[in-house]
Design a protein. Sequence first.
Length: 276
Amino acid sequence: MRQLIITLFALFVSCASFAQDDIDIAAIADGTSEAEAQSGWNTSTTRNNSVVTNSFFSNWFVSAGIAGSSFFGENEPEGTSGSPFKSFRNNLGLSLSMGKWFTPGIGLRMKFNGIWGKGLIGEQAVEGSFKYLTLQVQTMFNLSNLFKGYNPARLYNFIPYAGYGLMRNISYNDNTLGFGFGLLNTFRLSDRVSLNVDFNYNKPVSDNHLSPYVLHYSYNLEFGITYNIGKSKWKKAPDVESIHEMYQMEIEAINAQLQDEQQENERLRQQLPPTE
């Protein structure tokens, strides 16, 4: 299991390093409003849906929350209620994650979920409890930014994700691999802090199903908080065509002014008395 955890962490860091492109760009125009200056946006000289990527150490975040988990086992007797709210299948747990946004729309995180679980255990389907954990590397897609454009002041963001990793039954020292996917909903409180509601589904993929509890799948509903570490915003990418047009207009205005001054000088010269 230690090797698997190390491998998952190495995969997370290597993907983060590979995907990040550090670009440094100078200010490109004057006349930015105070709001634009604070957000790094200048609508007259930037592209609406493009941003400049930050350094590898920017746009990291950590999250923590309380998870309500519901376990569905393969050995449940026929006629067992399928409600996720039954006391024999749900319990509270913890959720911890750390990740990075590479762009406003695409991110990666490593997420831990678990500790306490409940279900029908063994061939006799006896109600019981156990300790467990899941550890996944997950890819996130911020659809709000992808489809509506990046907005650092947006109150709500809709973020589907999918992941793969370790599932472990701590009580019975049993491991397997599993996948999961979910819907992350974030609500902005400030530039640093947001509330999140995360609904997700997890399922083992190997023949080893965390015996003696034979897990078929599980649901989690999590309520938590996210804190952004370091630089958390992006600057809009420069619109080269707009900048060129702006400078061209300024050059034409200067040329027109010079021409007017030359005409005025010629008029004044003609008014001078002729020299003998």
